[in-house]
Design a protein around this ligand. Sequence first.
Ligand code: UN1
Length: 498
Amino acid sequence: MVQDAGFFIGGKWTNPRDRKRFETINPATGEVLATFPLGTKEDVNAAVRAAKGAFEKWKKTPAPRRGELLLEAAKIFRNRKEELGRIVTMEMGKVIAEGRGDVQEAIDFFEYASGEGRRFFGQTVPSELPDKMCFTIRLPVGPVALVTPWNFPIAIPSWKSGAALISGCTVVFKPSSLTPLCGAKFAEVLEEAGFPPGVFNFLVGPGSTAGDALIRHPDIRAISFTGGVDTGKQVYKAAAERMIKAGLELGGKNPILVMDDADLDLLMDGVMFGAFGTTGQRCTATSRLIVHRVVYDDLLDRLVKRTEKLKVGDPLDPKTDMGPVASADQERKTLEYVGIGRKEGDKLLTGGEKLRGGAYDRGFFVEPTVFEVKANKRLAMEEIFGPVLSVIRVKDYDEAVAVANSVEYGLSSSIYTNDVRRAFAAMQDLEAGITYINAPTIGAEVQMPFGGIKSTGPTDTREAGPTAVEEFTYVKTVYVDYSGRLQRAQIDTAKFTG
Ligand code: UN1
């Protein structure tokens, strides 16, 4: 049954009838799942008004109480895990085990963030003067805009809104137009958890109108965005023009370095998951395999065999290894990169075609693809965001690191080696926000900071973990002088220090 869905603004569901509507479809079957109004500037204004109106009271709600509501949300996500996991799979195409994992990440993070309400640590530091105390507290920045991608349509909204809400910010949440149904379900859970009206608001609409109005709205005090570099630049500029905080996470070109002593069986399992999990559509996906010449030929052989064994098809079938890409656009972009590789003379080792026939014809299915490329080619440098892996041959560790660091991104990275010295060297040498040892580039856990450097993370934001609240709060430094007289820092200190 096609759902006729709407927005959640000021604690109420609205479904404006005078807006144009759009459909969200299942990329495996082409079936329409729901229709939504195309959000406009007026809808954005209403949502920001609601968030602004709710802010002062939410800010003053004790953080442990805010945490209780987050814990309630975690419980509801847990109870609805199967239902929501299936919706993730149906709306964006990742296999069902990963659909459930997407929801699990929200359960994990809401549980984690709820505890933050009873920590929210500041620092207490000695004063240079007697009878005086110095400490810091964290305060919420105000209403914030959360703009999220379609590839983790429950997990990423949970990182952003969990952190914003526990911090005392109110939220306007605008997910990608490819996954509005997941967005609406997310809002439903928060409604059910009992957040006060206006604290959390949800709408969808085109980036060029609704998105633009949201990031430029004068009452929005911070923008958190995950997506591509081009849009990220616009968000960064909009934030700079208004002198507000921006938190950006803009993708990756994540390498696995394979050393001559690597356990190749272990590696193969890791590469299949890292490169073709979520059909290659993770910011953290393994998209480059940088391989020591000594194991190169052996590895290529195994890699092609393993890739060709992957079962591509219905993502709801637990036996399927890889589902469709998320949209016609994703399919076109992936195949375009295959074309670029061919044109630039890269060697296609396997895959590269759209899958056709039977059920494939109803969806957007592309073969898992492996290319052998030189390190400076487009396939080796640009984010594809699809099931395309580039293999690069190098002569030693130093060249592997140089190649790994030669791209504009710096999100995740990995090395497979049994040499402890190399493993520790790689932790320092790889230019990335995350380094895995003997595991693929995906698999971040919510209690750890997540983010990157270079074009991936120009704002140096780290979502999740204890760093999550930094994006949505500012530090206030407090001095309490209980001496009963004027004491001048830097000047009156002399008499104590001589
Ligand atoms: C993303 O890649 O867009 O580490 C987010 C992982 C997941 C989150 C990925 N836990 O792969």
